[in-house]
Design a protein around this ligand. Structure first.
Ligand code: ZN
Length: 134
């Protein structure tokens, strides 16, 4: 798969650490950067405190966007973990992925090794895209 986006290694490591910390529940958070490159992370609260779904509180999103105002940084992605299932979006994940031009990252801890995958809306469908760790 051709790498469509890139992410700093410490950010990927922070996403994974957050996923492990949150066990047995799903974690979630927001990613920042410029264009197709992600260089920042902001952990969010999973308001559902669920092991199979997540929801970022609206006030946290509001605060996040307020902090970005006047900055060159933008929202580049949203991540969440799948403690017990593969790194494949659930029907709910897809239904709630409202942003068309950001990446949706899923960190699966279901297997022996973590599996981190990245998805984005294509023309018609939600599709997996390749990423480069830099
Ligand atoms: Zn999910």
């Amino acid at each position: 798969m051709l790498a469509a986006v890139s992410i700093d290694r410490p950010i990927l490591a922070a996403m994974l650490a957050h996923a492990r910390e949150a066990l047995p529940l799903e974690c979630c958070g927001l990613l920042t950067g410029e264009g197709n490159h992600t260089s920042g992370i902001r952990k969010a609260t999973n308001q559902l405190a669920s092991d199979s779904a997540f929801f970022i509180p609206p006030e946290e999103l509001f605060e996040f966007f307020r902090a970005l105002r006047g900055s060159v940084l933008q929202l580049t992605g949203i991540y969440h973990s799948h403690p017990r299932s593969s790194a494949v979006p659930s029907a709910r994940d897809i239904a709630e992925s409202h942003y068309r031009d950001i990446c949706y990252w899923i960190i699966s801890l279901a297997g022996r090794e973590p599996d981190i995958r990245c998805y984005r809306w294509g023309k018609m469908t939600f599709e997996e895209i390749g990423y480069e760790v830099v």
